[in-house]
Design a protein. Structure first.
Ligand code: PMP
Length: 426
């Protein structure tokens, strides 16, 4: 199937006016004009099953969020230095979903800004500058955050104050090895920073390691690493931009699966189900220390509309029991892919938590040799069958499956059939 003249024209206009730093998904990019629930629609009205987008966690165009945004837009929107109930209600309800020691919230518009603020707070509170991240981490777009986002590629120089640590490889390491090695590597990174006269300020990880290839196991592997950063006087920041808001099924927040206590948690993506909102949830002793020295103001972060969207999201998550759905449907999806693994030897490993799933594709099951080529063909083959997923990991061979949390067992059956059909055709 080829691109239509209309699609070719859009791509040409986009490249001309937006430049080459932007990349579209797929060998044959897709043009969408509408979304509803777990489906996205192209201009011809074809429905694509969305098994990838975690922003519209409640489903595309959820009526309760649309209503909340529309209603508040008509009533009032201002910057955030007047009193308004919405933002206070929201901060109260949001922090109520966290353990009691994480009781204060600061709001931003994007996950990048949230991570940028986390660094500013950590540096202010610890007096350090060093940052430890996973080897293929992505934490955002600001200049500060890009310096510790190695997944942006070799052309982005990591800061001299940044050290990277390989996350566990649950397919190739035993749980004990994984946990001990990760803890040791974080300690080595700390020692190396110190040797260079750099005081560590924070260890930050995406608690599901999405861009590193989805690493949900072994549960608890973060514990020695968190102990190590604490011993040296640094803070631990859990980046929940991807795993948060119940997606991992067993817990509301990814760090809870590891039994660790972050000093700060950064949030984003699904927080407004598409309305741009993000933020930090912080220990009050940390905000107290930061607030003594600094001020914080964000024109749009936590404005009355954003807060209304966020409140609607929390309400729908609870009412529709979407965390339970993620747990149930996620397990069903993993079982379905495990069945496929019995039919196709290129599926090496199936892992995940709730509706956050990684599938490692290999050319040799014994040697566990990563197969990026078949991964790309599968992702593009699914696109031709109108099913959306993506891939990540150090060898670009891990399928990333991360659908809206309203995904049903019936949707899983459609996805599995499309995967089977594509794999048979390869
Ligand atoms: N942290 C993680 C783990 C992310 O995946 C992303 C976005 N992909 C961000 C931070 C940055 O969020 P945003 O794009 O909203 O700035």
């Amino acid at each position: 199937a080829r691109l239509s003249p209309a699609e070719q024209a859009l791509i040409a206009r986009r490249e001309k006016v937006m430049g080459p730093a932007y990349r579209l998904f797929y060998e044959r990019p897709i043009h969408f004009v509408r979304g509803e629930g777990v489906f996205l629609f192209d201009p011809d009205g074809n429905a694509f099953l969305d098994a990838y987008n975690n922003v519209a966690s409640l489903g595309h165009g959820h009526p309760a969020v649309v209503e909340a945004i529309t209603r508040q837009t008509a009533i009032l929107n201002t910057h955030t230095r007047y009193l308004h109930e919405n933002v206070i209600d929201y901060a109260e309800q949001l922090t109520a979903t966290f353990p009691a020691y994480l009781s204060q919230a600061m709001l931003t518009c994007t996950g990048s800004e949230a991570n940028d603020l986390a660094v500013r707070v950590a540096r202010s509170v610890t007096g350090g500058t060093g940052i430890i991240v996973s080897s293929l981490a992505y934490h955002g777009v600001t200049a500060t955050v890009a310096e510790f986002s190695p997944s942006l590629g070799e052309s982005v120089n990591l800061g001299p104050h940044v050290r990277t640590v390989a996350p566990p490889d649950p397919y190739r390491e035993t749980p004990e090895e994984a946990r001990d090695r990760f803890g040791r590597d974080v300690q080595t990174a700390i020692d190396d920073l110190r040797r260079h006269g750099i005081k560590p300020a924070l260890l930050i990880v995406d608690t599901i390691f999405s861009s590193d290839g989805v690493v949900p196991e072994p549960k608890g592997f973060l514990q020695p690493a968190v102990e190590a950063i604490r011993r040296t006087g640094g803070l631990f920041v859990a980046d929940e931009v991807q795993p948060g808001f119940g997606r991992t099924g067993d817990t509301m927040w990814g760090f809870e699966r590891h039994g660790v206590e972050p000093d700060m948690v950064t949030l984003g993506k699904p927080m407004g189900n598409g309305y741009p909102m993000a933020g930090l949830v912080v220990k009050p002793e940390v905000t107290a220390e930061f607030g003594r020295r600094s001020r914080y103001f964000n024109t749009f972060g936590g404005n009355p509309i954003a807060a209304a969207a966020g409140l609607a999201v929390l309400k729908v998550l609870a009412e529709e029991r979407l965390q339970d759905n993620a747990q149930d449907v996620g397990a069903y999806l993993r079982a379905g892919i495990s069945t496929l693994a019995g039919e196709f030897s290129c599926i090496g490993d199936v892992r995940g938590a709730g509706l956050f799933i990684g599938v490692e594709m290999v050319s040799d099951t014994q040697a566990k040799t990563p197969d990026a080529a078949i991964t790309t063909r599968l992702v593009n083959g699914l696109r031709e069958r109108r099913v959306l997923i993506s891939a990540s990991g150090p060898h670009a061979n891990v399928l990333k499956i991360r659908p809206p949390m309203v995904f049903s067992r019936g949707n899983v059956d459609t996805l599995i059939e499309a995967m089977r059909d594509t794999l048979q055709s390869l």
